[in-house]
Design a protein around this ligand. Structure first.
Ligand code: DQA
Length: 146
């Protein structure tokens, strides 16, 4: 059976490219998806990436639950990273590897971003690598699973 990795993006990441480019770069989420898909397809032809994005907490929780029988999850919870007990709880129910990613280097930013609630449900956090974060997260899951 082909393996499947969920990649879930949270609020305001649909406006990547327009949104604070000094932190998040000038590429859209579609462009990052395409960049990642192309490289992953070359290296792991049997791997299916399930990209999702929503501005709503409930959608994100539904997808986390849906991902529980997949190979792994890469998630950028965006602003919810600092506030959402419900997303953190959903991540904790997963037995698959979970990688939390942030495009920007959150450790170097405002105080209120230093509270990492969802990261408590992740095995690994990757931040500051821009769009490459998604590839790094996928690679981590692949190394663990193979
Ligand atoms: C972010 C960092 C969060 O603090 C912020 O709220 C985001 C994006 C990142 O990818 O760097 O929306 O998750």
């Amino acid at each position: 059976m082909a393996s499947e990795i969920y990649i879930i993006n949270g609020p305001n990441l649909n406006l990547l490219g327009e949104r604070e480019p000094e932190f998040y770069g000038t590429e859209s989420l579609d462009s990052i998806t395409h960049f990642t898909d192309k490289l992953v397809e070359k290296k792991y032809p049997d791997l299916v990436l399930q990209w999702k994005q929503s501005n709503s907490e409930g959608d994100i929780i539904d997808w986390i639950q849906e991902a529980r029988n997949s190979t792994g999850l890469v998630i950028n919870p965006a602003g919810y990273s600092h506030t959402s007990v419900a997303i953190s709880d959903a991540l904790k129910l997963l037995k698959i590897p979970v990688v939390e990613v942030h495009l920007s280097q959150v450790a170097m930013r405002e105080e209120f971003r230093q509270r990492r609630i969802t990261a408590m449900g992740a095995n690994v956090t990757i931040e500051g690598a821009g769009k490459v974060a998604y590839l790094l997260g996928i690679e981590y899951i692949q190394v663990l699973e193979n």
